[in-house]
Ligand binder design. Structure first.
Ligand code: MCA
Ligand code: AMP
Length: 540
């Protein structure tokens, strides 16, 4: 069942494939040419947002200034789908991508969905060792990487059994582009059901092994439709896009919401606060992690006048300090709209668009999302008390890829998902995230599981044991620190520790601070006391 929660749109059910059909859109009849998306829930939900306005701008590359219309992006997506099908990609096959951010990466995502395959984006910071794990675990049919990484990653992909490796660079060049020249665009979307997979996004695991969160067509379509309505995105919106395209935030929240609204994107290849501020004059909305906002606040040019064209500033992926909320309001006259989500759940809560946005809270559950705060026995805690945040609803993922035990650990039999976040509800129903029961560091919106760092450091010759933990950082919120106990007689310094793990760990996970201790603080049960380490090394 397709549950795109549109209230003001009615579409002719069961359209004939590739036939001209009348579409009722916002109460108006629009004669459409070949419509062949309705068998594929996510592609359909994303495509209908621009019906009738195909020549409107969809995305402008902020480096080249080149604009791509809706018609062009969907045509490119159909070509990508044609290439993938010709390579033998079948429904449910994974297409893994580790590509620099570019306009071309968007039709790669859309084309994968169109041909019924599963989009699997990977952080561009991952090393060959990390990519090896993901490709071996997910067994994609096709892997697309940056041409500069082909020599290193080609053999990794071959070892993992990947059939075809293609390349795509930041300007849209590479062997994928060559294949598109020859491609016959797919003639009709490959049929999929609402609970079929559309994407797998890896999220780090407490044991140090990353888990692939399986996201269905309905998960993504329903969440984006909710957010579009809640945040009032329309075809008049121009979103400044400066987030990476390999996480829920930059990919599904930003891209899907804009597509569904028929709005436009200004695509920055990386976050540069000055360039983003320059765009305020031409845009209406920004989605960012708190680091975006603190860096923008450092610019003297940020003021009410600069922000007068903007209607909405959204923050998430990491906690925004109450102080940042107030500073932003003082400087721009806007309250940042903070929301809360997770790879496994997409977005679960949001502060309201029109109602009170309470700084320090992440707002109210999205329509259709159930949220509760419970104790260890799954009983709701009294109002205002702290407990584990649990979520249930159409946003909830289908489980971890080939890890039924992990899925069962986090999912209660009656469908509630344990987020691992600690929160409290106020009497108006607003949620505040007060901490995490999971051992996780969030640095600039990227998640780092200490166990992964510790396992690699512990394996270094001369290290007896280590404990990784987060320390507050004014720019990134938290940064990785590690306490290391050396083996007797060993002589390693901080640089040697970092160099020892650099080949295996993306650079954003490398410890910024390394402390050497004679022993790790432990409680009577033998558990390392990370709170004590955080207190001991907290910046004064
Ligand atoms: C880059 N570096 C980092 C980070 N980013 N180190 C720690 N934490 C980081 N987040 C390191 C690089 O490895 C490099 O190290 C050096 O910093 C400079 O890299 P550069 O790329 O120039 O960094 P930057 O441009 O300053 O990037 C900071 C950033 C970026 C803009 C905050 O990290 C970013 O875009 N974060 C957003 C992440 C995101 O989208 N999260 C959503 C996931 P070296 O010099 O050693 O090489 S969470 C999600 O999707 C859930 C569902 C949700 O709720 O949204
Ligand atoms: P990820 O695993 O990358 O999807 O990150 C999800 C985690 O980010 C959540 O479980 C929270 O711990 C954190 N998070 C996301 N949004 C917020 C927010 N607005 N405030 C506090 N934490 C957040």
């Amino acid at each position: 069942m397709l549950s795109v929660r549109d209230t003001d749109k009615t579409f002719a059910a069961g359209w004939p494939i590739a036939a001209a059909v009348p579409v009722i859109y916002h109460g108006k009849y629009i004669e459409k040419g070949p419509i062949m998306y309705d068998v594929n829930p996510l592609a359909y939900a994303l495509r209908v947002g621009s019906l009738g306005t195909e020549n409107a701008p969809f995305v402008t590359d902020r480096v080249t200034g080149m604009m791509t219309t809706y018609a062009q992006v969907w045509q490119q997506a159909e070509q990508v789908a044609g290439v993938l099908v010709s390579l033998g990609v079948a429904p449910g096959d994974r297409v893994a991508v580790q590509v620099p951010k570019s306009v071309a990466a968007i039709p790669l995502y859309l084309g994968t969905v169109l041909c019924g395959a599963v989009h699997l984006p990977l952080n561009t910071g991952y090393t060959a060792t990390e990519i090896d794990y993901f490709l071996t675990d997910a067994r994609p049919r096709v892997f697309v990487c940056c041409p500069a990484n082909l020599a290193a990653l080609g053999p990794v992909a071959a070892k993992a059994g990947v059939d075809t490796v293609l390349t795509l660079d930041a300007d849209g060049g590479g062997t994928l582009a060559d294949a598109l020249q020859q491609a016959t665009p797919i003639a009709q979307a490959v049929p999929r059901a609402a609970d079929d997979l559309a994407a797998i996004l890896y999220t780090s695991g407490t044991t140090g092994r990353s888990k692939g969160a399986m996201l269905t067509h309905d998960n993504l379509a329903s969440n984006a439709a909710s957010l579009r309505d809640l945040w009032r995105f329309t075809a008049d919106d121009v979103l400044i896009h400066a987030l990476p395209l390999f996480h829920t935030h930059g990919l599904f929240v930003a891209i899907n919401v804009t597509l569904m609204a028929g709005g436009a994107l200004l695509l920055h290849r990386a976050f540069d606060a000055g360039a983003v501020l320059d765009d305020f004059a031409h845009a209406t909305a920004l989605m960012g992690v708190p680091t975006f906002y603190t860096r923008l606040l450092d610019l003297p040019g940020l003021n009410r006048d600069a922000a007068r064209h903007m209607r909405l500033f959204i923050s998430g992926s990491a906690p925004m300090l109450t102080e940042t909320h107030h500073l932003w309001h003082d400087r721009t006259g806007h309250w940042v709209l903070e929301r809360y989500g997770m790879t496994e759940t997409s977005m679960s809560t949001s502060n309201p668009y029109a109602g009170l946005r309470k700084p320090g809270t992440v707002g109210l559950p999205l329509p259709g999302v159930d949220l509760r705060v419970v104790d260890d026995a799954a009983a709701p805690v009294p109002l205002g008390a702290v407990g584990g945040v649990e979520v249930r609803g159409p946003n909830l993922f289908a489980g971890y890829w080939q890890m039924p035990d992990k899925t069962a650990e986090d999912m209660r039999p009656d469908g509630w998902f344990k987020t691992g976040d600690l929160g409290q509800l106020d009497r108006d129903g607003y949620l505040t995230i007060v901490g995490r029961s999971k051992d996780l560091i969030i640095s600039g919106g990227y998640n780092i599981y200490p166990k992964e760092v510790e396992t690699l450091i512990d394996a270094l010759a001369g290290v007896a044991e280590s404990a990784a933990f987060g320390l507050p950082d004014p720019d990134l919120g938290e940064v990785v620190a590690v306490a290391v106990v050396l083996a007797p007689g060993a002589d390693l310094d901080a640089d040697a520790i970092r160099a020892g793990v650099a080949d295996d760990l993306a650079r954003f996970k490398l410890p910024r601070h390394v402390y050497f201790l004679p022993a790790l603080p432990r409680n009577t049960m033998g558990k390392v006391q990370k709170a004590q380490l955080r207190a001991q090394f907290a910046p004064s």
